[in-house]
Every structure is written in C-alpha cells, then in structure tokens.
Design a protein around this ligand. Structure first.
Ligand code: SF4
Length: 107
C-alpha cells in the first residue's frame, strides 16, 4: 500500500495481506481516482471491489478503521487515503462511510 499507513495491520488473517498484489493494483486505481478530485460516485465505484472482495470478509475491520482514524494512537489524524474497515478515507477523514460505500445503489 504505497499511500497507506495500515501496513502494521497486515496480519495473515487480513484478506488484503493474503492477496496483496491484487489489493495493491486496486489501491493504485483508487488513489488515482481520489487524486483527480473525482465525484463521490466514481470514488464509490473504485472502492467497491475492495470493500466487496476484501474488507467485507476481514476479521480486523474495527482495528483497521481505528488505525486509519488515529494513526499511531497519539490522537492525531493520519494522512491515510484509501480503504479501512470498509470506509473510504481521504487524508485521514472518512470520505465515504461503509453503509454508503457497500451499497452502490445509493451512488
Ligand atoms: S479492513 Fe480491509 S484494508 Fe483493513 S486490514 Fe481488512 S481487508 Fe485490509
């Protein structure tokens, strides 16, 4: 995850760690969409495969989400951009919450 700060959560049980090559490709696509100030709909479409195929089946989504919000635990926002716990983050802020991201019908 080149732009992510959640590498420490790459425990063997995390789906993104088990298929890192494909995850990294999806994340590169997502980063590209985010960096071009795309619409929320495009962000959702780029993030949806990651949520559907990875985060929705992950046993550590809560930890991943907390890490994206709080970084190393010192309470400061992170620079995180990407998917954590099924939510889309951008610069440490929740950009699209899980309930919206997981249901493309709302896009
Ligand atoms: S919630 Fe998603 S990004 Fe976080 S560890 Fe699990 S699969 Fe990876």
């Amino acid at each position: 995850m080149p732009n992510s700060n959640i590498e420490p959560l790459f425990v063997p049980s995390a789906p993104c760690a088990r298929n890192y090559k494909q995850w990294a490709q999806l994340e590169d696509q997502l980063d590209s969409v985010i960096s071009h100030r795309a619409s929320q709909k495009r962000k959702q479409e780029a993030a949806f495969p990651m949520v559907q195929d990875y985060c929705a089946h992950c046993p550590i989504t809560a930890e991943c989400y907390a890490k994206a919000l709080n970084g190393d635990g010192r309470g400061e926002k992170t620079e995180f951009t990407g998917i954590a716990g099924g939510a889309l983050f951008h610069e440490g802020e929740v950009s699209v919450p899980f309930a919206v991201l997981a249901d493309r019908r709302t896009a």
